[in-house]
Write a protein that binds this ligand. Structure first.
Ligand code: FMN
Length: 328
């Protein structure tokens, strides 16, 4: 990386960070070690705290606060958020709280009056409007290229981001979904975003909590091996709302039950077999969340190197694009 290089945007200014790169709050994958490493590297690292279970939040926030004094944050799932989770999160001194998949309005005042930035991830234009009305400081526009859960009617990142940017006015927007290298970060900036939130790429880092066998499956697969589905959520008895299906690697269980969701819901034996196999980490059943940019996830690296490489390549890309203009 070029010494002293930084990509400055509205978002980096607002968060007092060096680079417009955020690691996604991936439940089960993004703990305190990953968040701290990304923040130490000049991005914004987010812990994936899901519903805000006390034990997970305490443990992972403890790790991040012991490992970095730079800004970091915590992400929660709105549809399953525990009552006091925001208050407990604020006790750890995050710079930002990210809320996804539900209505952020009930929590906005509590977060913002603590001097903490409210980031809201949105999957369609109605959610974007609601987040702006709630007073979000930053929006994340998540397109359906994304790994993990996304909106049922989500469109691709390239189409969605400019629409949210136009609606958001002076509120910075991050792009999420399909960004795994510096070219796609530069593309996000070209779409009007002030940075990118990246999930899939950060799963294949030394600091992620993803089991080694699953990381290997990610490295071996491509974006074309992913599929948006509800089958694996239904099978594991997850309470995820129907309007948020998930993009996962295809596997044998998904192949067997594709387009048979109602049947699966009524087949308790099949669900029981799924859970027994999933408990053994059987790769034919276990959901491995991954996005369409998987082609560019080919090796495990440290989170710091991922941030540095993405930023350096984005910088080179911006230089390359400027040369097109000069050549005219
Ligand atoms: C393994 C995994 C787990 C995720 N868990 C969450 C989560 O708990 N909360 C959330 O808001 N988003 C979650 N996401 C979605 C991310 O916030 C983000 O939108 C997505 O990773 C961006 O697309 P990309 O994977 O192509 O980079 C998850 C994504 C992945 C890959």
């Amino acid at each position: 990386m070029i010494e002293g290089m930084a990509l400055r945007t509205d978002f980096t200014e607002r968060l007092s960070i060096e680079h417009p790169v955020v690691s996604a709050p991936m439940g089960g994958a993004a703990g305190g070690a990953l968040a701290a490493a990304v923040s130490e590297a000049g991005g914004l690292g987010l812990i994936g705290a899901g519903s805000g279970a006390r034990e997970v939040l305490e443990r992972e926030a403890g790790i991040v606060t012991a490992s970095t004094s730079k800004p970091w944050g915590i992400g929660f799932l709105l549809w399953s958020l525990e009552n006091d989770a925001i208050a407990r999160a604020l006790d750890h001194g995050p710079a930002a709280i990210l809320l996804s998949f539900g209505d952020p309005a009930p929590y906005a005042d509590e977060i913002r009056s603590a001097g903490v930035r409210l980031i809201v991830q949105v999957t369609d234009m109605a959610e974007a409007r609601r987040a702006l009305e709630a007073g979000a400081d930053v929006l994340v526009a998540q397109g359906n290229d994304a790994g993990g859960h996304a909106g049922q009617n989500a469109v691709g990142t390239m189409s969605f981001v400019p629409s949210v940017v136009d609606m958001a006015g002076s509120i910075p927007v991050l792009a999420a979904g399909g960004i795994a290298d510096g070219r796609s970060l530069a593309a996000a900036l070209a779409l009007g975003a002030s940075g990118a939130m990246i999930g899939t790429r950060f799963q294949a880092t030394h600091e992620s909590l993803v089991p080694a066998a699953e990381i290997k499956a990610l490295l071996d697969a491509t974006g074309a091996d992913t599929e948006t589905n509800r089958v694996l959520d239904i099978a594991r008895g997850s309470a995820w709302p129907a309007r948020y299906p998930a993009r996962t690697l295809r596997n044998a269980f998904l192949d067997a039950w594709r387009d048979r969701e109602a049947e699966l819901r009524g087949d308790l034996d099949a669900q029981q077999r799924f859970r027994a196999a999933a408990a053994e980490q059987d790769p034919d059943v276990v959901p491995i969340w991954a996005g369409q940019a998987l082609d560019r996830v080919t090796a495990i690296a440290s989170a710091a190197d991922v941030v540095a490489e993405i930023v350096a390549e984005a910088d080179r890309t911006l230089t390359r694009l400027a040369a097109y203009r000069a050549a005219r």
